[in-house]
Design a protein. Structure first.
Length: 247
């Protein structure tokens, strides 16, 4: 296995590509899997999402290597992935899978993990990996491209923190899927630009307790959408508010 991957390793080392926008081109990467067949994540990962089944992501998910993760800003982006150039391990009848980025595959400098920079690597749920490749492969060469995300229902906003530090987790974002700017507005304030905290958590120090909240999202494809009065004035920390809108 290690032998057959050497050319791939060299290729990845010399041709580092940035995270592609939604476009028809395929980019080279590699893929492994984590967990077992039922293994979705139910604990908070590096994107900040919680129970992926509850949040609508299910098993159609992947963790991204550092080179693709973009410090969390790639969380929520969707990828079409196909197994390539490996007749022994690729399942020929299946063209591709589509997954949402929901976690980071952390770099591991001790045993030369595929998730170390500058590798473009996907650590898939086992269910997704075994859809395109034979389980025993362990690691496979793949190609990927950004595709629009199809989400059911509106964008959701989970409110955390305290009156002096409001944290907002944005999820279930359709189309581009990855938020790169979030603004919040209380019923008594103007628009306030929130600061990227980690994963898809954004924060502000402005106290908005007791005010109706609206949000304004910019996604990586240059689109923007306003979500007016998503949370009522009696909103609570720990609650999630769903808009009826999506991208
Ligand atoms: C966000 O979207 C708005 C509306 O389209 C646009 O005016 C603004 O420049 C965008 N912000 C960023 C940082 O791209």
């Amino acid at each position: 296995m290690a032998m057959s991957l050497l050319p791939l390793a060299l290729f990845t080392l010399f041709f580092v590509q940035p995270l592609a926008a939604i476009d028809p081109n395929w980019y080279d990467a590699s893929a492994t899997f984590y967990g077992d067949m039922n293994g979705g994540e139910t604990m908070q990962g590096a994107c900040g999402y919680g129970d992926l089944f509850q949040q609508g992501y299910g098993l159609e998910t992947t963790a991204l290597s550092t080179a693709l993760f973009n410090n969390g800003l790639s969380c929520g982006a969707c990828f079409e992935i196909r197994c390539v150039n490996d007749p022994q391990w690729c399942i020929k009848e299946v063209n591709s899978i589509t997954v949402t980025a929901t976690n980071l595959c952390p770099p591991n400098y001790i045993d030369g993990s595929w998730c170390n920079p500058p590798h473009q690597h996907f650590d898939l749920s086992m269910k997704m990996f075994t859809t395109i490749a034979i389980y025993q492969a362990g690691i496979i060469p793949v190609q990927y491209r950004r595709v629009p995300c199809n989400k059911i229902g509106g964008v959701r906003f989970e409110l955390r923190g305290n009156p002096y530090f409001l944290m907002v987790l944005v999820y279930n974002v359709g189309n581009a899927g990855d938020v790169y700017r979030l603004d919040v507005k209380g019923s008594n304030t103007g628009w306030i630009e929130m600061t990227h905290n980690w994963g898809q958590f954004w924060h502000t120090g402005v106290n908005l307790v007791g005010q109706e909240l609206s949000f304004w999202i910019n996604t990586s494809d240059g689109k923007a959408l306003m979500f007016i009065s998503v949370a009522p004035s009696n909103w609570q920390f720990g609650q999630t508010y769903q808009s009826s809108l999506n991208f």
